[in-house]
Design a protein around this ligand. Structure first.
Ligand SMILES: *[C@@H]1O[C@H](CO)[C@@H](O)[C@H](O)[C@H]1NC(C)=O
Ligand SMILES: *[C@@H]1O[C@H](CO)[C@@H](O)[C@H](O)[C@H]1NC(C)=O
Ligand SMILES: *[C@@H]1O[C@H](CO)[C@@H](O)[C@H](O)[C@H]1NC(C)=O
Ligand SMILES: *[C@@H]1O[C@H](CO)[C@@H](O)[C@H](O)[C@H]1NC(C)=O
Ligand SMILES: *[C@@H]1O[C@H](CO)[C@@H](O)[C@H](O)[C@H]1NC(C)=O
Ligand SMILES: *[C@@H]1O[C@H](CO)[C@@H](O)[C@H](O)[C@H]1NC(C)=O
Ligand SMILES: *[C@@H]1O[C@H](CO)[C@@H](O)[C@H](O)[C@H]1NC(C)=O
Ligand SMILES: *[C@@H]1O[C@H](CO)[C@@H](O)[C@H](O)[C@H]1NC(C)=O
Length: 393
């Protein structure tokens, strides 16, 4: 009898140990190939370590009882997985990575609110995220080449890097709660109809928008790094509350006809406005006082005005095919407010930017080297380099 009791205890203990170890993917990720493997995790509310899908996993998967994954949830190359759901899962400590799940159509994580980082790539059939409660907490988010039409379910308050690229059907990004973006914020090559709405974003670091049709940043007050709109399709670019930023680049925007930065006082870098074929008016900087890099504006401007400008630490290059008034900048030039080279040209048949790019009809090749060596003082380099980068990207 005593022996039987001992045996029972031993059995129970080993059962518990088994239960504990089956929930532990610390040494080696728990591998999921079939729903049976997922069912094995039935008694686990917390998974230590990682869960990883086998490449040959196929069909629908449900993790019915897991509430927390301390490590990562990873599926790479599992092309035949069609759905994943985890109705009780609240947090993933490390990475939530799905890559190359070519047939995935459904992702249902109703309780998920916190993720170390999200990396979704090559999920062409995934059109929506069923994150009912909403992920409010993620260190970084990268979503590329998916079928998503919106990012509903991503409801971050703060985020590090936020990289949303090549989602051809993505027409709407609305991150209502986002207040602070502390890393690289990059939006590019999604649907040309993409509208980005960041109603409460107040602070950013480095933000780049490409190929968008509308960007609303009504609350954005300051950026420590660059703000760039490159090859966007929208007619208007406005940042009504922005007071300070690093490099500001508005380049290659074919429909742009109105820019509005009514409160911007300081650019801690260069200002580049080049190759916007519909832009005739740059009077959108009524309060701009200081540019620590170069001012480089080239186009078909008929109206140019920087009424508050007091200091430009780099060069000042404003050139237009059309007629505008250069004499307004005489004082700036004569008072040494511009530390770099000064160039202001109206009716210029071949207007040339600091990096030597011509947006006029003439031959720009010849002027390229001259433009760089003559016009770019050392302090204007940031603007130049960023301009070149923008062209390359
Ligand atoms: C997916 O299923 C197809 C058809 O059954 C099969 O040929 C292919 O090898 C599977 N892919 C993976 C990654 O298992
Ligand atoms: C935004 O994040 C940065 C970096 O963590 C921090 O310095 C800043 O205070 C934050 N701003 C707000 C409004 O929370
Ligand atoms: C800012 O972001 C852009 C695009 O994401 C990148 O190319 C650039 O290097 C970043 N700049 C800095 C200073 O990190
Ligand atoms: C985005 O804009 C670039 C120009 O910089 C263009 O080459 C590219 O085709 C556009 N992509 C999309 C998806 O519209
Ligand atoms: C713009 O900034 C002002 C002053 O800091 C603030 O009171 C206002 O709420 C901001 N507007 C928006 C839309 O965030
Ligand atoms: C100027 O912008 C157009 C789009 O409006 C683009 O196709 C072209 O490549 C740009 N030119 C340069 C020199 O970047
Ligand atoms: C440009 O946009 C601003 C801000 O939306 C607006 O107040 C202004 O009237 C617009 N200007 C033109 C010429 O459309
Ligand atoms: C530019 O050309 C127009 C029309 O020919 C002329 O009226 C104007 O005075 C010129 N402006 C300058 C600055 O040369």
């Amino acid at each position: 009898m005593a022996y039987a009791k001992y045996l029972l205890q031993a059995l129970l203990a080993s059962g518990l140990a088994l239960a504990a170890s089956k929930c532990d993917g610390t040494d080696k990720p728990i591998t999921i190939q079939s729903q049976g493997d997922a069912d094995e995790l039935g008694g686990c509310s917390t998974i230590k370590g990682d869960i990883s899908f086998h490449e040959e996993a196929a069909g629908d998967f449900t993790f019915s009882s897991i509430q927390k994954i301390e490590g990562s949830l990873i599926a790479r190359g599992a092309a035949n997985v069609t759905s994943i759901s985890a109705p009780q899962l609240r947090s993933i400590g490390d990475t939530f990575e799905l890559q190359g799940l070519l047939r995935l159509t459904s992702l249902a994580f109703d309780e998920l609110t916190s993720v170390g980082s999200i990396k979704f790539a090559a999920l062409p059939e995934l059109q929506g995220l069923q994150f009912t409660k909403g992920v409010t907490d993620a260190g970084s988010v990268s979503i590329t080449n998916t079928g998503l039409v919106n990012l509903n379910g991503i409801e971050l308050k703060t985020v590090g890097d936020f990289d949303i690229t090549a989602n051809k059907a993505l027409e709407e990004i609305n991150v209502n709660n986002l207040k602070n973006s502390t890393g690289l914020f990059n939006i590019a090559a999604n649907s040309p109809k993409l509208k980005v709405d960041l109603p409460n974003l107040a602070e950013g670091k480095n933000m780049t928008f490409r190929n968008t049709s509308d960007v609303q940043i009504p609350s954005l007050k300051s950026l420590t790094g660059q703000l760039a709109f490159i090859a966007v399709d929208q007619e208007t670019i406005r940042a009504p509350n922005l007071t300070e930023c690093g490099d500001l680049s508005l380049d290659n925007n074919r429909n742009l006809n109105n820019i509005s930065f009514p409160r911007l006082t300081t650019i801690n870098g260069g200002l580049s406005i080049t190759n916007n074929s519909e832009l005739t008016d740059i009077r959108g900087f009524p309060n701009l006082e200081k540019v620590t890099g170069a001012v480089d504006a080239v186009g078909k401007f008929e109206h140019v005005d920087f009424p508050a400008l007091e200091q430009v630490s780099g060069g000042f290059n404003v050139q237009s095919n059309n007629d505008f008034d250069c004499s307004q900048f005489d004082d700036l030039r004569d008072n040494d407010a511009i530390q770099g080279v000064y160039e202001c040209k109206a009716n210029e048949s071949n207007p040339t930017s600091l990096d030597g790019t011509s947006t006029g009809d003439g031959d720009s090749e010849e002027s390229e080297d001259a433009a760089i060596s003559n016009l770019v003082p050392p302090t204007g380099l940031t603007a130049l380099v960023c301009g070149l980068l923008a062209l390359l990207m």
